[in-house]
Design a protein around this ligand. Structure first.
Ligand SMILES: O=C[C@H](O)COP(=O)(O)O
Length: 253
């Protein structure tokens, strides 16, 4: 049985005071860590402050991207060493917005996933197809190829720790959610690919989230699906009330 994981991705939203207030409100309402992994991936500016605000609660803090190198002359970038040093636990890698606007490629995604593991950060690896690719019947080949390239060189033990978020690009921030069946089918494609690259046993361990317009009204159905072990949530993670409802659904899944 895989432990569910609900991760909020705040993207480029919230001021410092709003971020701190959110974590202080949510802290006492986070389900036990043995039932659910609960994560907020915040803008890099606030990570130190939020790690402190979360303290010993079950809420873990994640970054939204990172550089693959530990240090170097990379103006404006943030390294895995720096993230680990301040107590960050997770990092989103290869979000479609990073791939679309910031030149992330399958190769940089692979380098970052490996680097995250080397620095004791848990990567949340994002994959997913565009509307045109789905319409053209390329869902399976696109998702398989993204997964294969992203995990190249990882060990079985690392795959078992990896979180993969399947996010169809057409469902992100649009209010259009994939049906639970479609989301499950795509997450099943991810799991099957891992099984073919590693083993059935390893594929049974990897946690796969669905992302794309997840909200309190649809999370239960999504989480009831065989291959969906959690959610990567944008918009509905910005309000304490909806985020806590998502966590509750996750802890009861
Ligand atoms: O990382 C989160 C996803 O991009 C989903 O965003 P959304 O829940 O606002 O559709």
């Amino acid at each position: 049985m895989r432990k569910p994981i609900i991760a909020g991705n705040w993207k480029m939203y919230k001021t410092a005071s709003q971020a701190k207030e959110f974590v202080e409100k949510v802290n006492g309402l986070v389900p036990d860590a043995d039932k659910l992994d609960s994560v907020i991936c915040a803008p890099a500016l606030y990570l130190t402050q939020l790690v402190d605000a979360a303290g010993n609660s079950a809420l873990k803090i994640g970054a939204q991207t990172m550089h693959d190198k530990g240090e170097g002359a990379f103006t404006g970038e943030i390294s895995p060493v720096q993230l680990a040093d301040i107590g960050v636990d997770y990092v989103i890698i290869g979000h479609s917005e990073r791939r679309q606007y910031f030149n992330e490629t399958d190769e940089t995604v692979n380098a970052k996933v490996k680097s995250a593991f080397s620095h004791q950060l848990t990567p949340i690896l994002c994959v997913g197809e565009t509307d045109e690719q789905r319409e053209a019947g390329k869902l399976e080949s696109i998702v398989e190829s993204q997964v294969e390239k992203a995990v190249e060189g990882l060990t079985d033990a690392q795959i078992a720790e990896l979180v993969i978020a399947y996010e169809p690009i057409w469902a992100i921030g649009t209010g259009k959610t994939a049906t639970a069946e479609d989301a499950n089918e795509a997450c099943g494609i991810v799991r099957k690919k891992i099984a073919s690259l590693y083993s059935e046993d390893t594929a049974e361990k990897v946690r796969i989230q669905y992302g794309g317009s997840v909200k309190p009204a649809n999370i239960q159905e999504l989480l009831s699906m065989e291959h969906i072990d959690g959610a990567l949530v944008g918009g509905a993670s910005l309000e304490t009330e909806s985020f806590v409802q998502l966590l509750e659904a996750g802890s009861n899944a």
